[in-house]
Design a protein around this ligand. Structure first.
Ligand code: ZN
Ligand code: ZN
Ligand code: ZN
Length: 365
């Protein structure tokens, strides 16, 4: 038998765990499980747990009634699957598989599952996977890069389409609805989020689109994304309704220059925090340092936010194949916000943008 791609990933995960001096990984439903096995059950109250130990073959513990579903996952015929029956204590079964030692556990594991494991597996301790193994899914293979390129392109086309619609006089919620339709029309299988922050609402970076009516002269922050085959898009563009006033024009050019500076700072071996510093330096020099209130970016893949985080204090060296957002912003409370966000991929000698939508300030009707 040839090596299955998921077997390669499982082996890589065990190697990373060994390097991090862990006994292994305890993986519950979510992005890590999908990444390692292709198995994507919904996270529920019954325990599903993939145990990857550095010194043993992986074992997938599932509720007995989900065994057929688990067996039909891409790696179902090459991995040991153990079923537990309702009425049994699944944590006791898990404890037998875990043995003892320090495990990286899925960040989003339910508290009830973690507490059950802590009770039954007294010889084990658990640390969040994103902290213990931040690079588990960070370096994308060619297939993943292709999907990320496709989904970014679909988001670009959704943006181009939305530039043609009327903003003035319509509510944020209506524009958000149009964005969702455009995302789907251009190939997204799932709409993740559609932030529309108009005028003063744009100064709140994660504003929920609401009933505010968009007015002539407003800056409008559009931050949206979704999924194709599990992989995420995430793009932000700020547009203006009609002509921009001089301060909006000024702030826009500052954010655009900051985004460009951050992009140009990216190369293999560069610490992640240096990309953040590059964006911040441009914004601070223009006098808006206090108004850039978040990190410059986040990794993206099967999850919309995942390591590596492009933030001060993160010295993780960038590697070819890493994908993350570059999204500086300036927020003036009571007035407006500007953010520009692209997804980028680190290459052997720099980076490429996966989003190609124009970064020139666009005027909308
Ligand atoms: Zn965000
Ligand atoms: Zn975004
Ligand atoms: Zn983002």
């Amino acid at each position: 038998m040839t090596t299955h791609p998921y077997e390669t990933r499982l082996r890589g995960a065990a190697e990373q765990a060994a390097t991090a001096e862990l006994a292994g990984l305890a993986v519950t439903p979510g992005a890590d499980l999908v990444y390692l096995t292709g198995y994507a059950p919904p996270p529920l109250e019954r325990l599903t747990l993939l145990v990857v130990r550095v010194d043993r073959d992986p074992v997938l513990l599932v509720p007995a009634l989900e065994r057929p579903a688990a067996a039909s996952c891409p790696i179902g015929d090459r991995i040991e699957i153990v079923g537990w029956i309702d009425g049994e204590d699944p944590y006791e079964r898990a404890a037998g598989l875990l043995g003892s030692g320090r495990f990286a556990i899925t960040d989003s594991a339910w508290a009830s599952h973690l507490i059950g494991l802590q009770r039954a597996a007294g010889g084990c301790s658990f640390v969040p996977a994103s902290a213990a193994l931040p690079l588990l899914r960070a370096i994308k293979d060619d297939g993943e890069l292709e999907l990320l390129r496709r989904v970014a392109d679909a988001a670009d086309r959704a943006f181009a389409e939305v530039l043609g619609i009327r903003f003035s006089g319509r509510t944020e919620r209506e524009v958000a609805g149009e964005l969702a339709v455009a995302l789907e029309r251009h190939g997204h299988q799932e709409v993740g989020f559609t932030i529309v922050g108009s005028g003063p609402n744009g100064a709140s970076p994660h504003h929920e689109p609401g009933p505010r009516r968009i007015e002539p002269g407003d800056a409008v922050v559009l931050d949206f994304g979704g999924r194709i085959d599990g992989y995420c898009s995430d793009i932000t563009r700020t547009v203006v309704v009609g002509e921009p006033d001089p301060q909006l024009e000024e702030v826009y050019q500052v954010v655009r220059a900051a985004q460009q500076a951050a992009f140009e700072a990216i190369a293999p071996d560069v610490p992640a925090e240096r990309v953040d510093a590059a964006a911040r330096a441009v914004i601070a020099a223009a006098g808006y340092g206090e108004r850039f209130v978040h990190r410059t970016g986040h990794g993206i893949g099967l999850e919309v936010h995942e390591p590596p985080y492009i933030v001060s204090g993160n010295a993780t060296p960038l590697r070819p194949g890493m994908t993350f957002s570059v999204e500086p912003g300036v927020y003036l409370p009571g007035r407006f916000g500007v953010r520009i966000e692209d997804i980028v991929a680190v290459t052997d000698d720099g980076a490429v943008r996966l989003n190609q939508a124009t970064r020139e300030l666009q005027m909308v009707p």
